[in-house]
Design a protein around this ligand. Structure first.
Ligand SMILES: [Zn+2]
Length: 499
Protein backbone atom coordinates (compact mmCIF):
# COMPACT_ATOMS: atom_id res chain seq x y z
CA UNK A 1 0.00 0.00 0.00
CA UNK A 2 1.19 3.47 -0.82
CA UNK A 3 1.89 4.93 2.59
CA UNK A 4 1.81 8.42 1.10
CA UNK A 5 -1.77 7.98 0.00
CA UNK A 6 -3.21 8.25 3.52
CA UNK A 7 -1.99 10.87 5.91
CA UNK A 8 -3.25 11.83 9.34
CA UNK A 9 -2.07 15.24 10.56
CA UNK A 10 -2.46 15.14 14.33
CA UNK A 11 -2.75 17.82 16.96
CA UNK A 12 -2.25 20.96 14.91
CA UNK A 13 -4.25 24.18 14.78
CA UNK A 14 -6.18 24.37 11.51
CA UNK A 15 -6.15 27.95 10.23
CA UNK A 16 -8.61 28.94 7.54
CA UNK A 17 -9.30 32.41 6.17
CA UNK A 18 -12.12 32.97 8.65
CA UNK A 19 -11.32 30.93 11.78
CA UNK A 20 -8.84 28.72 13.57
CA UNK A 21 -9.50 25.54 15.58
CA UNK A 22 -7.53 22.64 17.06
CA UNK A 23 -8.16 19.59 14.95
CA UNK A 24 -6.72 16.56 13.22
CA UNK A 25 -6.93 16.38 9.44
CA UNK A 26 -7.21 13.09 7.57
CA UNK A 27 -6.18 12.92 3.91
CA UNK A 28 -6.80 10.13 1.43
CA UNK A 29 -6.53 9.99 -2.39
CA UNK A 30 -5.48 13.62 -2.64
CA UNK A 31 -8.42 15.14 -0.79
CA UNK A 32 -9.33 15.98 2.80
CA UNK A 33 -11.55 13.14 4.01
CA UNK A 34 -12.13 14.11 7.61
CA UNK A 35 -11.55 16.87 10.13
CA UNK A 36 -12.05 16.47 13.87
CA UNK A 37 -10.52 16.01 17.29
CA UNK A 38 -8.81 12.65 17.96
CA UNK A 39 -9.55 11.25 14.52
CA UNK A 40 -9.08 7.53 14.19
CA UNK A 41 -9.14 6.23 10.61
CA UNK A 42 -11.31 3.13 10.17
CA UNK A 43 -8.31 1.21 8.83
CA UNK A 44 -5.20 2.54 10.54
CA UNK A 45 -2.79 0.33 8.59
CA UNK A 46 -0.93 2.22 5.89
CA UNK A 47 -1.78 5.60 7.36
CA UNK A 48 1.15 7.90 7.86
CA UNK A 49 0.77 10.01 11.00
CA UNK A 50 2.38 13.44 11.10
CA UNK A 51 2.56 15.20 14.44
CA UNK A 52 1.64 18.86 14.11
CA UNK A 53 1.26 19.78 17.80
CA UNK A 54 2.13 23.38 18.45
CA UNK A 55 2.08 24.07 14.71
CA UNK A 56 -0.41 25.58 12.29
CA UNK A 57 -2.10 23.59 9.55
CA UNK A 58 -2.89 25.98 6.70
CA UNK A 59 -4.16 25.81 3.12
CA UNK A 60 -1.22 25.82 0.72
CA UNK A 61 -0.39 29.20 -0.75
CA UNK A 62 -1.75 30.30 -4.12
CA UNK A 63 0.62 32.60 -5.99
CA UNK A 64 -1.62 34.59 -8.35
CA UNK A 65 1.21 35.90 -10.51
CA UNK A 66 4.24 34.05 -11.90
CA UNK A 67 6.14 34.04 -15.19
CA UNK A 68 8.08 30.77 -15.36
CA UNK A 69 10.33 30.21 -18.41
CA UNK A 70 8.85 33.35 -19.92
CA UNK A 71 10.45 34.48 -23.23
CA UNK A 72 10.79 38.19 -22.57
CA UNK A 73 13.01 41.13 -23.55
CA UNK A 74 15.47 39.04 -25.55
CA UNK A 75 15.87 36.43 -22.84
CA UNK A 76 13.89 33.76 -21.02
CA UNK A 77 13.20 33.73 -17.30
CA UNK A 78 15.56 31.20 -15.82
CA UNK A 79 13.22 29.43 -13.40
CA UNK A 80 11.20 27.04 -15.55
CA UNK A 81 8.01 25.24 -14.55
CA UNK A 82 10.01 22.54 -12.76
CA UNK A 83 12.46 24.72 -10.89
CA UNK A 84 9.83 27.37 -10.16
CA UNK A 85 7.18 25.04 -8.76
CA UNK A 86 9.80 23.08 -6.81
CA UNK A 87 10.81 26.33 -5.16
CA UNK A 88 7.12 27.16 -4.62
CA UNK A 89 6.43 24.02 -2.60
CA UNK A 90 9.65 24.49 -0.61
CA UNK A 91 8.17 27.81 0.48
CA UNK A 92 4.65 26.58 1.25
CA UNK A 93 2.93 27.48 -2.03
CA UNK A 94 0.97 24.66 -3.65
CA UNK A 95 -0.56 26.42 -6.61
CA UNK A 96 0.64 29.04 -9.06
CA UNK A 97 -1.21 31.02 -11.69
CA UNK A 98 1.06 31.78 -14.62
CA UNK A 99 0.41 33.89 -17.72
CA UNK A 100 0.20 32.63 -21.31
CA UNK A 101 1.11 35.73 -23.30
CA UNK A 102 0.83 35.82 -27.11
CA UNK A 103 2.85 38.24 -29.20
CA UNK A 104 0.84 40.96 -30.92
CA UNK A 105 -1.00 39.50 -33.90
CA UNK A 106 -0.66 35.93 -32.60
CA UNK A 107 -3.30 33.46 -31.50
CA UNK A 108 -4.32 33.40 -27.83
CA UNK A 109 -5.22 29.73 -28.10
CA UNK A 110 -1.79 28.88 -29.51
CA UNK A 111 -0.19 30.75 -26.62
CA UNK A 112 -2.35 28.81 -24.17
CA UNK A 113 -1.38 25.50 -25.84
CA UNK A 114 2.30 26.46 -25.82
CA UNK A 115 2.29 27.26 -22.10
CA UNK A 116 0.39 24.04 -21.36
CA UNK A 117 3.00 22.07 -23.31
CA UNK A 118 5.78 23.68 -21.28
CA UNK A 119 4.10 23.34 -17.93
CA UNK A 120 2.20 20.03 -17.85
CA UNK A 121 5.24 17.76 -17.82
CA UNK A 122 7.20 19.91 -15.40
CA UNK A 123 4.95 21.26 -12.64
CA UNK A 124 5.47 19.91 -9.12
CA UNK A 125 2.19 21.44 -7.88
CA UNK A 126 -1.14 22.43 -9.40
CA UNK A 127 -1.32 25.44 -11.67
CA UNK A 128 -3.63 27.34 -13.94
CA UNK A 129 -3.23 30.08 -16.55
CA UNK A 130 -4.31 33.65 -17.09
CA UNK A 131 -4.13 34.58 -20.79
CA UNK A 132 -2.81 37.90 -22.12
CA UNK A 133 -4.76 40.09 -24.54
CA UNK A 134 -1.97 41.99 -26.30
CA UNK A 135 -3.88 43.15 -29.39
CA UNK A 136 -7.46 43.37 -30.51
CA UNK A 137 -9.50 41.91 -33.37
CA UNK A 138 -12.61 39.81 -33.99
CA UNK A 139 -10.36 36.76 -33.84
CA UNK A 140 -9.08 37.71 -30.39
CA UNK A 141 -12.65 38.23 -29.23
CA UNK A 142 -13.67 34.82 -30.54
CA UNK A 143 -10.63 33.09 -29.03
CA UNK A 144 -11.36 34.58 -25.62
CA UNK A 145 -14.73 32.82 -25.89
CA UNK A 146 -13.12 29.47 -26.71
CA UNK A 147 -10.66 29.83 -23.84
CA UNK A 148 -13.40 30.73 -21.37
CA UNK A 149 -15.88 28.06 -22.49
CA UNK A 150 -13.58 25.16 -23.36
CA UNK A 151 -10.17 25.69 -21.75
CA UNK A 152 -10.99 26.77 -18.22
CA UNK A 153 -9.62 30.33 -18.50
CA UNK A 154 -11.60 32.89 -16.51
CA UNK A 155 -9.07 35.72 -16.36
CA UNK A 156 -7.43 37.79 -19.07
CA UNK A 157 -4.61 40.26 -18.65
CA UNK A 158 -4.30 43.52 -20.55
CA UNK A 159 -1.13 45.60 -20.63
CA UNK A 160 -1.26 49.40 -20.44
CA UNK A 161 2.56 49.45 -20.68
CA UNK A 162 5.27 47.79 -22.82
CA UNK A 163 4.56 50.04 -25.80
CA UNK A 164 4.80 48.30 -29.20
CA UNK A 165 5.22 44.93 -27.46
CA UNK A 166 2.09 44.23 -25.42
CA UNK A 167 0.43 47.60 -24.79
CA UNK A 168 -3.14 48.23 -25.89
CA UNK A 169 -5.04 51.53 -25.83
CA UNK A 170 -8.25 52.67 -24.16
CA UNK A 171 -10.60 51.66 -27.01
CA UNK A 172 -9.09 48.17 -26.95
CA UNK A 173 -9.25 48.06 -23.17
CA UNK A 174 -12.92 48.97 -23.41
CA UNK A 175 -13.52 46.20 -25.96
CA UNK A 176 -11.57 43.56 -24.04
CA UNK A 177 -13.15 44.47 -20.69
CA UNK A 178 -16.59 44.27 -22.34
CA UNK A 179 -15.74 40.82 -23.66
CA UNK A 180 -14.56 39.69 -20.21
CA UNK A 181 -17.89 40.84 -18.82
CA UNK A 182 -19.84 38.85 -21.43
CA UNK A 183 -17.81 35.74 -20.66
CA UNK A 184 -17.91 36.04 -16.88
CA UNK A 185 -14.15 36.52 -16.74
CA UNK A 186 -12.00 38.83 -14.64
CA UNK A 187 -10.12 41.61 -16.44
CA UNK A 188 -6.58 42.01 -15.15
CA UNK A 189 -4.34 44.96 -15.91
CA UNK A 190 -0.70 45.85 -15.81
CA UNK A 191 -1.43 49.47 -14.93
CA UNK A 192 1.23 51.90 -16.10
CA UNK A 193 1.04 54.57 -18.80
CA UNK A 194 3.23 53.08 -21.54
CA UNK A 195 3.38 56.29 -23.61
CA UNK A 196 4.69 58.30 -20.67
CA UNK A 197 7.24 55.59 -19.86
CA UNK A 198 8.56 55.68 -23.44
CA UNK A 199 8.96 59.48 -23.23
CA UNK A 200 10.50 59.28 -19.76
CA UNK A 201 13.01 56.65 -20.87
CA UNK A 202 14.14 58.81 -23.82
CA UNK A 203 14.58 61.73 -21.46
CA UNK A 204 16.67 59.76 -18.94
CA UNK A 205 18.93 58.33 -21.64
CA UNK A 206 19.38 61.79 -23.19
CA UNK A 207 20.53 63.02 -19.77
CA UNK A 208 23.15 60.28 -19.66
CA UNK A 209 21.29 58.25 -17.04
CA UNK A 210 21.73 54.67 -18.27
CA UNK A 211 21.74 52.71 -14.98
CA UNK A 212 18.87 51.01 -13.11
CA UNK A 213 17.95 54.25 -11.28
CA UNK A 214 16.74 55.53 -14.67
CA UNK A 215 14.23 52.67 -14.71
CA UNK A 216 12.43 54.09 -11.68
CA UNK A 217 12.80 57.73 -12.64
CA UNK A 218 11.36 57.23 -16.14
CA UNK A 219 8.19 55.73 -14.65
CA UNK A 220 7.48 57.43 -11.30
CA UNK A 221 4.48 56.34 -9.29
CA UNK A 222 2.00 58.81 -10.78
CA UNK A 223 2.45 56.92 -14.06
CA UNK A 224 1.19 53.82 -12.24
CA UNK A 225 -1.56 55.67 -10.38
CA UNK A 226 -2.88 57.33 -13.56
CA UNK A 227 -3.18 54.02 -15.40
CA UNK A 228 -4.75 52.33 -12.36
CA UNK A 229 -7.39 55.07 -12.17
CA UNK A 230 -8.01 54.88 -15.94
CA UNK A 231 -8.44 51.08 -15.84
CA UNK A 232 -10.85 51.45 -12.92
CA UNK A 233 -12.87 54.03 -14.85
CA UNK A 234 -13.11 51.91 -17.99
CA UNK A 235 -13.96 48.73 -16.05
CA UNK A 236 -16.60 50.57 -14.07
CA UNK A 237 -18.27 51.90 -17.22
CA UNK A 238 -18.63 48.40 -18.65
CA UNK A 239 -19.42 46.94 -15.21
CA UNK A 240 -16.59 44.45 -15.47
CA UNK A 241 -14.64 43.20 -12.44
CA UNK A 242 -11.05 44.41 -12.42
CA UNK A 243 -7.92 42.90 -10.91
CA UNK A 244 -4.91 45.21 -10.74
CA UNK A 245 -1.74 43.11 -10.78
CA UNK A 246 1.47 44.06 -8.97
CA UNK A 247 0.39 47.10 -6.95
CA UNK A 248 3.72 48.80 -6.26
CA UNK A 249 2.90 52.28 -4.96
CA UNK A 250 0.88 54.09 -2.33
CA UNK A 251 -0.91 56.19 -4.95
CA UNK A 252 -1.98 53.22 -7.05
CA UNK A 253 -3.20 51.46 -3.90
CA UNK A 254 -5.11 54.62 -2.98
CA UNK A 255 -6.93 54.62 -6.33
CA UNK A 256 -7.97 51.01 -5.71
CA UNK A 257 -9.00 51.66 -2.10
CA UNK A 258 -11.11 54.66 -3.17
CA UNK A 259 -12.80 52.65 -5.90
CA UNK A 260 -13.66 49.92 -3.43
CA UNK A 261 -15.14 52.50 -1.06
CA UNK A 262 -17.34 53.58 -3.97
CA UNK A 263 -18.50 49.98 -4.32
CA UNK A 264 -16.60 49.16 -7.48
CA UNK A 265 -15.62 45.52 -8.00
CA UNK A 266 -11.87 46.02 -8.02
CA UNK A 267 -9.11 43.90 -6.48
CA UNK A 268 -5.49 44.90 -5.85
CA UNK A 269 -2.57 42.46 -5.80
CA UNK A 270 0.58 43.68 -4.05
CA UNK A 271 3.50 41.30 -4.39
CA UNK A 272 6.02 39.87 -1.93
CA UNK A 273 8.59 42.42 -3.09
CA UNK A 274 6.35 45.50 -2.87
CA UNK A 275 5.31 44.40 0.64
CA UNK A 276 8.84 44.08 1.98
CA UNK A 277 11.55 45.97 0.09
CA UNK A 278 11.80 49.41 -1.51
CA UNK A 279 13.18 51.08 -4.61
CA UNK A 280 16.24 52.64 -3.00
CA UNK A 281 18.03 49.52 -4.31
CA UNK A 282 18.03 51.09 -7.79
CA UNK A 283 20.58 53.60 -6.52
CA UNK A 284 22.88 50.86 -5.17
CA UNK A 285 26.52 51.29 -6.27
CA UNK A 286 26.78 47.68 -7.41
CA UNK A 287 25.15 47.51 -10.86
CA UNK A 288 24.14 43.83 -10.59
CA UNK A 289 22.48 44.43 -7.22
CA UNK A 290 20.52 47.39 -8.60
CA UNK A 291 19.60 45.56 -11.82
CA UNK A 292 18.32 42.54 -9.88
CA UNK A 293 15.47 44.73 -8.59
CA UNK A 294 14.38 46.00 -12.01
CA UNK A 295 10.76 45.12 -12.68
CA UNK A 296 7.75 46.99 -14.02
CA UNK A 297 6.19 48.84 -12.31
CA UNK A 298 9.30 49.47 -10.21
CA UNK A 299 9.68 49.28 -6.45
CA UNK A 300 9.23 52.77 -5.02
CA UNK A 301 12.00 54.79 -3.38
CA UNK A 302 9.67 55.93 -0.56
CA UNK A 303 10.79 53.48 2.18
CA UNK A 304 7.44 53.63 3.98
CA UNK A 305 5.67 52.08 0.96
CA UNK A 306 5.97 48.37 1.90
CA UNK A 307 4.45 48.76 5.37
CA UNK A 308 1.74 51.02 3.98
CA UNK A 309 0.75 48.38 1.39
CA UNK A 310 0.79 45.71 4.11
CA UNK A 311 -1.67 47.75 6.18
CA UNK A 312 -4.02 48.10 3.21
CA UNK A 313 -3.73 44.36 2.63
CA UNK A 314 -4.62 43.75 6.27
CA UNK A 315 -7.69 45.98 6.23
CA UNK A 316 -9.10 44.73 2.92
CA UNK A 317 -8.29 47.66 0.63
CA UNK A 318 -5.93 45.26 -1.15
CA UNK A 319 -7.03 41.67 -1.62
CA UNK A 320 -4.48 39.03 -2.56
CA UNK A 321 -0.74 38.53 -2.97
CA UNK A 322 1.32 37.27 -5.86
CA UNK A 323 5.00 37.61 -6.64
CA UNK A 324 5.40 38.45 -10.35
CA UNK A 325 8.20 35.86 -10.08
CA UNK A 326 10.07 36.39 -13.35
CA UNK A 327 13.71 35.65 -12.69
CA UNK A 328 16.74 36.60 -14.72
CA UNK A 329 20.28 35.91 -13.54
CA UNK A 330 22.90 38.62 -13.54
CA UNK A 331 24.33 37.62 -16.93
CA UNK A 332 20.84 37.91 -18.43
CA UNK A 333 20.16 41.26 -16.76
CA UNK A 334 23.50 42.39 -18.23
CA UNK A 335 21.90 42.67 -21.68
CA UNK A 336 21.03 46.11 -20.31
CA UNK A 337 24.36 47.00 -18.70
CA UNK A 338 24.64 50.21 -20.75
CA UNK A 339 20.92 50.96 -21.13
CA UNK A 340 18.36 50.35 -18.37
CA UNK A 341 15.54 49.98 -20.94
CA UNK A 342 17.15 46.71 -22.08
CA UNK A 343 17.41 45.09 -18.61
CA UNK A 344 14.98 42.15 -18.59
CA UNK A 345 12.24 43.09 -16.11
CA UNK A 346 11.55 40.75 -13.23
CA UNK A 347 12.54 39.43 -9.83
CA UNK A 348 12.00 36.41 -7.56
CA UNK A 349 9.38 35.67 -4.91
CA UNK A 350 7.59 32.37 -5.59
CA UNK A 351 9.59 30.56 -2.88
CA UNK A 352 9.71 33.32 -0.27
CA UNK A 353 6.29 34.98 -0.47
CA UNK A 354 4.71 33.06 2.42
CA UNK A 355 7.57 33.64 4.87
CA UNK A 356 8.02 37.28 3.86
CA UNK A 357 4.32 38.03 4.40
CA UNK A 358 4.29 36.15 7.70
CA UNK A 359 7.31 38.15 8.91
CA UNK A 360 6.23 41.58 7.69
CA UNK A 361 2.50 41.06 8.15
CA UNK A 362 1.80 38.64 11.01
CA UNK A 363 4.93 38.65 13.15
CA UNK A 364 4.92 42.46 13.02
CA UNK A 365 1.32 42.53 14.30
CA UNK A 366 -0.29 44.09 11.22
CA UNK A 367 -2.53 41.12 10.40
CA UNK A 368 -3.56 37.90 12.11
CA UNK A 369 -3.09 34.30 11.00
CA UNK A 370 -6.55 34.15 9.41
CA UNK A 371 -5.99 37.24 7.29
CA UNK A 372 -2.64 35.74 6.34
CA UNK A 373 -4.37 32.64 4.98
CA UNK A 374 -6.96 34.84 3.26
CA UNK A 375 -4.41 37.00 1.44
CA UNK A 376 -2.03 34.17 0.55
CA UNK A 377 -4.66 31.63 -0.53
CA UNK A 378 -8.38 31.91 0.20
CA UNK A 379 -9.27 35.17 -1.55
CA UNK A 380 -7.35 34.18 -4.66
CA UNK A 381 -9.28 30.90 -4.75
CA UNK A 382 -12.55 32.83 -4.45
CA UNK A 383 -11.77 35.43 -7.12
CA UNK A 384 -10.55 32.88 -9.64
CA UNK A 385 -13.33 30.38 -8.85
CA UNK A 386 -11.27 27.64 -7.28
CA UNK A 387 -12.95 27.83 -3.89
CA UNK A 388 -13.49 25.73 -1.77
CA UNK A 389 -11.54 23.11 -3.72
CA UNK A 390 -8.52 25.33 -3.08
CA UNK A 391 -7.97 27.99 -0.41
CA UNK A 392 -9.62 26.15 2.49
CA UNK A 393 -9.08 23.13 4.66
CA UNK A 394 -12.48 21.44 4.58
CA UNK A 395 -13.84 17.98 3.93
CA UNK A 396 -13.73 17.41 0.18
CA UNK A 397 -11.14 20.09 -0.52
CA UNK A 398 -7.90 19.24 -2.31
CA UNK A 399 -5.19 18.15 0.10
CA UNK A 400 -2.92 21.12 -0.61
CA UNK A 401 -1.80 21.74 2.96
CA UNK A 402 1.18 23.21 4.76
CA UNK A 403 2.29 22.54 8.31
CA UNK A 404 3.58 25.93 9.35
CA UNK A 405 5.86 26.80 12.23
CA UNK A 406 5.08 30.39 13.24
CA UNK A 407 7.96 30.59 15.72
CA UNK A 408 10.84 29.15 13.69
CA UNK A 409 12.97 31.49 11.63
CA UNK A 410 14.91 31.19 8.44
CA UNK A 411 17.30 33.55 6.69
CA UNK A 412 16.60 34.04 3.02
CA UNK A 413 19.61 33.70 0.72
CA UNK A 414 20.39 32.91 -2.90
CA UNK A 415 22.94 30.44 -1.50
CA UNK A 416 20.23 28.26 0.00
CA UNK A 417 17.11 28.96 -2.05
CA UNK A 418 15.69 26.38 -4.47
CA UNK A 419 15.38 28.69 -7.45
CA UNK A 420 17.65 28.69 -10.50
CA UNK A 421 18.28 32.43 -10.38
CA UNK A 422 21.63 33.49 -8.88
CA UNK A 423 20.35 36.40 -6.83
CA UNK A 424 17.56 36.88 -4.30
CA UNK A 425 16.01 40.30 -3.68
CA UNK A 426 15.18 39.26 -0.09
CA UNK A 427 18.82 38.33 0.63
CA UNK A 428 19.56 38.35 4.36
CA UNK A 429 15.95 38.86 5.47
CA UNK A 430 15.24 36.87 8.63
CA UNK A 431 11.68 35.58 8.57
CA UNK A 432 9.58 34.03 11.27
CA UNK A 433 7.16 31.57 9.73
CA UNK A 434 8.66 28.48 8.14
CA UNK A 435 6.96 25.65 6.23
CA UNK A 436 7.83 22.32 7.89
CA UNK A 437 5.82 20.05 5.60
CA UNK A 438 4.17 20.84 2.27
CA UNK A 439 1.50 18.47 0.96
CA UNK A 440 0.38 18.80 -2.67
CA UNK A 441 -2.53 16.70 -3.97
CA UNK A 442 -2.22 14.53 -0.87
CA UNK A 443 1.52 13.80 -1.24
CA UNK A 444 4.34 15.09 0.94
CA UNK A 445 6.46 17.11 -1.50
CA UNK A 446 8.63 18.94 1.03
CA UNK A 447 9.54 17.97 4.56
CA UNK A 448 12.10 19.31 7.06
CA UNK A 449 14.05 21.08 4.37
CA UNK A 450 14.10 18.16 1.94
CA UNK A 451 12.25 18.24 -1.37
CA UNK A 452 10.35 15.22 -2.66
CA UNK A 453 8.87 17.12 -5.58
CA UNK A 454 8.27 15.25 -8.82
CA UNK A 455 7.98 16.88 -12.24
CA UNK A 456 4.50 16.38 -13.66
CA UNK A 457 2.91 15.68 -10.25
CA UNK A 458 0.86 18.89 -10.50
CA UNK A 459 -2.14 19.31 -12.77
CA UNK A 460 -3.67 22.10 -14.81
CA UNK A 461 -6.80 23.24 -12.98
CA UNK A 462 -9.53 24.56 -15.29
CA UNK A 463 -11.76 27.29 -13.90
CA UNK A 464 -15.40 28.06 -14.50
CA UNK A 465 -16.49 31.60 -15.43
CA UNK A 466 -18.84 33.78 -13.35
CA UNK A 467 -17.15 33.31 -9.98
CA UNK A 468 -19.80 34.04 -7.32
CA UNK A 469 -17.38 36.06 -5.24
CA UNK A 470 -16.89 38.47 -8.13
CA UNK A 471 -20.06 38.31 -10.21
CA UNK A 472 -22.96 38.07 -7.73
CA UNK A 473 -22.96 41.82 -7.12
CA UNK A 474 -22.49 42.54 -10.80
CA UNK A 475 -25.45 40.38 -11.82
CA UNK A 476 -27.73 42.04 -9.29
CA UNK A 477 -26.64 45.51 -10.37
CA UNK A 478 -27.22 44.60 -14.00
CA UNK A 479 -30.80 43.79 -13.08
CA UNK A 480 -31.64 46.76 -10.89
CA UNK A 481 -29.25 49.53 -11.84
CA UNK A 482 -29.78 49.92 -15.59
CA UNK A 483 -30.08 53.48 -16.96
CA UNK A 484 -33.71 54.34 -17.70
CA UNK A 485 -35.01 56.92 -20.19
CA UNK A 486 -37.32 59.68 -18.91
CA UNK A 487 -40.90 59.38 -20.23
CA UNK A 488 -41.93 62.75 -21.77
CA UNK A 489 -44.53 64.26 -24.01
CA UNK A 490 -42.94 64.65 -27.44
CA UNK A 491 -41.67 68.16 -28.22
CA UNK A 492 -44.07 69.76 -30.62
CA UNK A 493 -42.61 73.29 -30.99
CA UNK A 494 -40.59 74.87 -33.72
CA UNK A 495 -37.32 73.28 -34.97
CA UNK A 496 -34.91 75.42 -36.97
CA UNK A 497 -34.03 74.13 -40.38
CA UNK A 498 -30.38 73.48 -41.15
CA UNK A 499 -29.36 74.18 -44.71
ZN1 LIG B 1 3.76 39.97 -14.42
Amino acid sequence: MDSQNKILIKGGKVVNGDCSFLSDVYIEDGVVKDIGVNLKPAKPEGVRVIDASGKLVIPGGIDTHTHLQFPFMGSQSIDDFYQGTKAAVAGGTTMIIDFAIPKKGCSLIEAYDTWRSWADAKVCCDYTLHVGVTWWSDKVKEEMGVLAKEKGVNSFKMFMAYKDLYMIHDTELYASFSRCKELGAIAMVHAENGDLIAEGAKKMLSMGITGPEGHEMCRPEEVEAEATQRAITIASLVSCPLFVVHVMSKSSAKAIANARKEGKVVFGEPIAASLSIDGTHYWHKDWSHAAAHVMGPPLRPDPSTPEHLMRLLANGDLSVTGTDNCTFSTCQKAIGKDDFTKIPNGLNGVEDRMSVIWEKGVHSGIMDENRFVAVTSTVAAKIFNLYPRKGRIAIGSDADIVIWDPEATRTISAKTHHQAVNINVFEGMICHGVPLVTISRGKVVFEKGVLHAVAGHGKYIPRQPFSDYVYKRIHQRDQVCQPVAVQREPYKGEVISIS
